[in-house]
Write a protein of this length. Structure first.
Length: 287
């Protein structure tokens, strides 16, 4: 009986098994590699985000600047921070403008949008366009993030830098947080960043929003305020909110602990709701 028998079918079967194993390993490797978050940093110090990469757009008004400026001075770093505070008119009563304040700019004339300004907040269009005006005024110098805030928003800048460093500034990112007020989220959107807590747009997203702002304002003439207008503009670009809980819309903590401000929603008419802040009741405290 021959000692070296040949089994063609068995040899072919083994070859097929090896082929499938190789294909399987290649597929598994591809899945594992592609599923890794692409926005995470690789620890290259030369690419680390720092304060020079952040541009701040602060919405305010000359009428309320005297009462709000201290909030901004608490975190603004003169000759280091980049950005502007946008006012509805020249701040003649506040001149000379201190060097410790962010440089101011008077918002553009928005009269061309009068036909589309049916918002409950008359200044909604001016406030929504702050991102566009900020981008046009400051888009060089390796800007990576555009941070939009109200004039009474208090930022911990180093913490903010640490948060934004987690994301790839070359991609579309809309980073912020919804409100601590449940009803406010119901009325507006759980996917909307509230300006009171501030929010950040990556450079390419800020660029796209600025380029599409004119069409967006004409598309949404009835939305309540600027935050909802901007969220709708961003959603039209296919971008959803990346939630970071460090962006707080409104917190009023007392010494004995707990949040003490809640909000009520009243129906003004069939098309509009009004949100009012008030002290929380004993059964509404968030401890």
């Amino acid at each position: 009986m021959p000692s070296n028998l040949s089994f063609p079918r068995a040899r072919g079967l083994n070859q097929n098994i090896c082929k499938y194993v190789v294909i399987y390993l290649v597929c598994v490797t591809y899945i594992l590699v592609s599923s890794q978050p692409k926005w995470r940093r690789r620890g290259d110090p030369r690419s680390s985000t720092n304060i020079s990469h952040l541009v701040f757009g602060i919405t305010s008004s000359s009428n309320r600047w005297r009462d709000k400026r201290d909030y901004i001075q608490a975190w603004w770093r003169p000759n280091v921070s980049r950005g502007f505070v946008f006012l509805e008119r020249p701040p003649t009563e506040h001149l000379p403008w201190p060097a410790t304040h962010p440089p101011y700019r008077v918002s553009d004339d928005n009269s061309r949008y009068k036909e589309y300004n049916r918002h409950r907040i008359p200044s909604a269009i001016r406030m929504a366009r702050v991102i566009e005006e900020t981008f046009k005024a400051e888009r060089g110098g390796e800007a990576r993030w555009y941070v939009m805030t109200d004039d009474d928003t208090v930022l911990f800048v180093d913490n903010l830098i640490g948060v934004l460093s987690k994301y790839d500034h070359k991609k579309y990112f809309y980073v912020g947080m919804n409100s601590e007020c449940f009803v406010c989220n119901v009325v507006h959107s759980f996917g909307m960043a509230f300006g009171g807590g501030g929010y950040a747009l990556s450079y390419p997203l800020a660029k796209a929003v600025a380029e599409n702002m004119d069409l967006c304002l004409k598309r949404y003439p009835f939305l309540y305020g600027s935050d909802l207008i901007l969220q709708s503009c961003i959603a039209d670009l296919g971008v959803s909110l990346t939630q970071e809980p460090g962006f707080h819309q409104r917190l009023d903590w007392k010494q004995d602990g707990g949040r003490r401000e809640c909000c009520d929603v009243d129906e003004v008419d069939a098309d509009a709701l009004q949100v009012k802040l008030r002290d929380c009741g004993a059964n509404e405290l968030l401890l």
